[in-house]
Design a protein around this ligand. Structure first.
Ligand code: AMP
Length: 578
């Protein structure tokens, strides 16, 4: 069924931050002009997000934290400046300095926001970890960038880190949120209380590393995408143009802080744009979410398709009792947004969800439906100012650009400030992502005659489940650690709510027979190692798995066979691993 374009009234367009005029005349200087900067051409994200708002706006609420149990805490910009200064002092007092790598492993707790910006303030590099990861993905990621410090909770530490922390020679400091810490760790609250609330933010070169965001690959280890302080210009600009952030806007990003959206648009962009951020500690709950939108008078809401689909499942009536009149703009990211969801948003909230597209490597939103644009339900929108996007076909190391309506790989012209600068320690893998002057995204898409982009699918085997990008190789590696498993192939299975769910196929070692108990035992081990968000939901037994002549499991063929898809289409989807 075709969905009608949702046109915007002139009164709506009149309020849009991104006008046609800005689009036409935009230069990167305009983005950099949104920053304050530090003397001598230096920069620090923490300065742009916090310090620069003092003294004039120190009293403005920067963060409203809603605890699971009904607690509510407010932090002003002045509070966050002081708290992040204390955190930076704690790091320096413990021997960390410029370039040291600090990892964060926790849910949406105030300390995470303080730790992220305090780390940047101190000139250190921050790397967020998804708190639902099991011990194995955490360890792998901490090893790749030689973690020097970890900030976490006592419970996460005991369950996921303690057993192997000693084996990581680079790890010098483990900070535990709260008043007490297990042996060998430092309790954060007393350390913060002793530290000074004054700290001179370390001036950084714009090209100095700020954050390392891990993302999955189809083979080998996860990739550490290296980002720099200069990216903050892009966060300032896209916060304003793609998400309609203005000073004092009440902004709610529902993304988990363990993934890139939770940092770029759940911490940096909203603070740089001096909004008031809502942070909800709890997981999705329909009444809680509608209640927050209403009670906190949320003006801009940035969420994700899985959550929107869960809201839709409860029907329009569930939204009826609530007042959403404060809501000016709604956006979605992370997975394909069904056209039905866009239209449903328009019916329930009086405006469509504005889908936008980006990925860990791009550091910020690249393609978007902005407020001034008419929305074609199902489309990701158009490239933001400064971005050049196209559709290409790879052709033996070079690429050929395709025309409107043709499906190929989404490619971007490199050069925007928040683009990754490297995959840490993986030069070859990084350069493989570029060809013919384009950055190749690994996504299949199509551009229509009006310049709107439409997502088609991944060009590789990566799985998106509830918005989390999962590398099948990492799951397969955990599965074959079970004594019964000889080989494993992992694919994403379409799912109405989560987009995809992880399913594993295994062949058994001699002496083992398929059984329900064995399935449970394999699944249990995977859960323990990988965490529930990554482990397969189902494990199926097979006599053999389809393989290439060199012995590589052909996940695409496996998927086609298992799901009854035409195998003929498979070869057209094969591209190089990114
Ligand atoms: P991540 O690097 O974990 O943020 O995942 C990025 C990937 O998520 C992209 O390469 C896409 O495959 C997918 N993705 C992100 N945004 C969208 C969107 N609006 N529509 C469809 N897929 C998306």
């Amino acid at each position: 069924m075709a969905f009608e374009t949702i046109t915007k009234a002139p009164s709506v367009r009149a309020h849009a931050a991104l006008t046609d005029e800005i689009r036409e005349n935009f230069t990167w200087e305009d983005a950099r002009a949104m920053l304050d900067g530090l003397p001598g051409g230096k920069l620090n994200i923490a300065h742009e997000a916090l310090d620069r708002h003092l003294p004039d706006h120190g009293g403005q609420t920067a963060l409203i934290w809603l605890g699971k149990d009904g607690a509510r805490r407010e932090f002003t910009y002045a509070d966050l400046v002081a708290e992040t200064a204390r955190f930076a002092n704690v790091l320096h007092a413990n021997g960390l300095n410029m370039g040291s790598r600090v990892y964060g492993l926790m849910g949406r707790e105030p300390e995470l926001y303080i730790a992220t910006l305090g780390t940047l303030k101190a000139g250190c590099v921050f790397s967020p970890l998804f708190s639902a990861f099991g011990p194995e993905p955490i360890r792998t990621r901490m090893e790749i960038a030689d973690a020097n410090a970890l900030v976490t909770t006592a419970s996460l530490y005991k369950r996921k880190v303690k057993a192997w922390a000693d084996e990581l020679p680079s790890l010098k400091l483990i900070l535990i949120v709260g008043d007490e810490a297990p042996e060998g760790c430092v309790a954060l609250s007393p350390a913060m209380a002793e530290a000074s609330p004054e700290f001179d933010t370390v001036p950084m070169d714009p090209e100095d590393t700020s954050l390392i965001h891990f993302t999955s690959g189809t083979t080998g280890k996860p990739k550490g995408a290296v980002h720099v302080h200069a990216a903050v210009a892009y966060h300032a600009m896209t916060g304003r143009y793609a998400l309609e952030m203005r000073p004092e806007t009440v902004f709610w990003c529902t993304a988990d802080p363990g993934w890139v959206t939770g940092t770029s648009y759940g911490i940096i962009a909203p603070l740089v744009n001096r909004t008031t951020m809502i942070v909800d500690e709890a997981e999705f709950d329909l009444d809680r979410w509608y209640g927050i939108l209403q009670d906190e008078a949320v003006a801009v809401w940035y969420t994700a398709p899985t959550a929107i689909r869960m809201l839709m499942r409860s029907g329009k009536d569930a939204a009826q009792p609530y007042d959403f009149s404060a809501l000016r703009f709604m956006a979605s990211v992370g997975e394909p947004l069904n056209p039905e969801a866009v239209v449903w948003g328009n019916e329930v909230f009086g405006q469509p969800f504005h889908d936008n597209w980006w990925q860990t490597e791009t550091g910020g939103i690249v393609i978007a439906n902005t407020l001034a644009m008419d929305v074609k339900p199902g489309s990701m929108g158009k490239p933001l100012p400064g971005q050049v996007a196209t559709i290409v076909e790879r052709d033996d190391g070079s690429v050929r650009e395709l025309g409107p309506g043709e499906i190929g790989e989404l490619a971007l012209r490199p050069g925007w400030p928040s683009m990754m600068r490297a995959y840490l320690h993986e030069e070859a893998r990084y350069y493989k992502a570029f060809a013919g002057g384009w950055y190749l995204t690994g996504d299949l898409a199509m551009q229509d005659g009006d310049g709107y982009f439409w997502f088609v699918g991944r060009a590789d085997d990566l799985i998106k489940t509830s918005g989390h990008l999962i590398g099948p190789f990492e799951v397969e590696s955990a599965l074959i650690e079970h004594e019964a498993v000889a080989e494993a192939g992992v694919i994403g299975l379409p799912d109405e709510t989560a987009g995809e769910v992880v399913r594993a196929y295994v062949c058994l070692n001699p002496g083992f027979e398929p059984s329900e108990d064995l399935e449970k035992s394999i699944r249990g081990l995977a859960r323990k190692k990988l965490g529930p968000a990554v482990a397969p939901r189902e494990v199926l037994f097979r006599e053999s798995l389809p393989k290439t002549r060199s012995g590589k499991i052909m996940r695409r063929l496996l998927k086609a066979r298992e799901l009854g898809l035409p195998e003929g289409d498979i070869s057209t989807l094969e591209t190089d691993e990114k």
